[in-house]
Design a protein around this ligand. Structure first.
Ligand SMILES: NC(=O)c1ccc[n+]([C@@H]2O[C@H](COP(=O)([O-])OP(=O)(O)OC[C@H]3O[C@@H](n4cnc5c(N)ncnc54)[C@H](OP(=O)(O)O)[C@@H]3O)[C@@H](O)[C@H]2O)c1
Length: 258
């Protein structure tokens, strides 16, 4: 089945590279009328815009905006500019994420923990509120949050990140409840995907691949295709769903007990 989002307008946070850029490309190729891409810096988001143009996306279908995910002001401005430019905002992808707080929770730096929770857990709420205010509250829409298998299962040395993703998973369900039936809110929960964020886990890729029952790490496109499906009308009877896309880590791993 071909998944399309004809005539829809989408906004993707953290779209300068990795899963976010792949998702922006997938949305544009799937018929979106306009796609707004955001990340922190003018240069990186302009470079991403150029990558999309080089990939054949019409220039007038892309709006590139420098916006910090954890800034309420930036979220409001980016959402407002999107509605002004394209006439609506039907799809919001909360993809921006960070993981600077390495270590176990007993010793992790609290400043890094605050930053992680602000970007990964609080920011998606800010963007949903901005989208609700500017368009979705009246017209409806679809939100997809990028969580992680780390929000489903704990793991060593990533406690701050893991808790932020667990929070994002519950935020997804809470918003799905509060915003039904007009706005659907779902999340994807990827395993290790080949992006800059996963750099340390990819240093020994063979070992990381073996932790995934399907025997490889994910590519950004593995995840972007699922995001576009959840955002599209093909998923119109789904909300509050957390969908692992993880080479089998959650669904097909042994408990190790027997
Ligand atoms: N890769 C994995 O293995 C994996 C697994 C599970 C979940 N995820 C999740 O997937 C999402 C995308 O990550 P990725 O793997 O594609 O990593 P990535 O390639 O490093 O991309 C992260 C994106 O987030 C943006 N970003 C970071 N902090 C931001 C902030 N404060 N405000 C705005 N944008 C910000 C970055 O843009 P700038 O730096 O240009 O601002 C970049 O575009 C994240 O939520 C991550 O937690 C990744």
């Amino acid at each position: 089945m071909e998944i399309t989002v004809p005539g829809k307008v989408a906004l993707v946070t953290g779209a300068s590279r990795g899963i976010g850029l792949a998702t922006a490309l997938e949305l544009a190729r799937s018929g979106a009328k306009g796609v707004t891409i955001t990340a922190r810096k003018e240069e990186t988001i302009a470079a991403a815009r150029q990558e999309m143009v080089d990939a054949g996306i019409p220039e007038d279908a892309i709006l590139a905006i420098a916006a910090r995910a954890d800034s309420e002001e930036d979220a409001g401005a980016a959402v407002g500019a999107t509605v002004e430019r394209f006439g609506s905002l039907d799809i919001l992808i909360n993809n921006a994420g960070t993981n600077p707080a390495f270590g176990n929770l007993m010793e992790v730096d609290l400043g890094a923990l605050d930053k992680t929770w602000a970007v990964n857990m609080r920011a998606p709420l800010l963007w949903v509120r901005a989208a609700y205010e500017a368009w979705m509250g009246e017209h409806g829409g679809s939100v997809v949050n990028v969580a992680s298998v780390a929000g489903i299962r704990p793991s060593a040395l990533m406690g701050a990140y893991n808790v932020s993703k667990a929070g994002l998973i519950h935020l997804t369900r809470q918003l799905a409840l509060e915003l039904a039936p007009r706005i659907r809110v779902n999340a994807v929960a990827p395993g290790v995907v080949r992006t800059r964020l996963a750099g340390a886990l990819l240093e020994n890729e063979d070992m990381t691949a073996r932790l995934h029952p399907l025997g490889r790490v994910g590519e950004p496109e593995d995840v972007s295709r699922l995001i576009v499906y959840l955002a599209s009308d093909a998923a119109s009877w789904m909300t509050g769903a957390i969908v692992p896309i993880d080479g089998g880590v959650v669904g097909a791993s042994s408990s190790g007990i027997s």
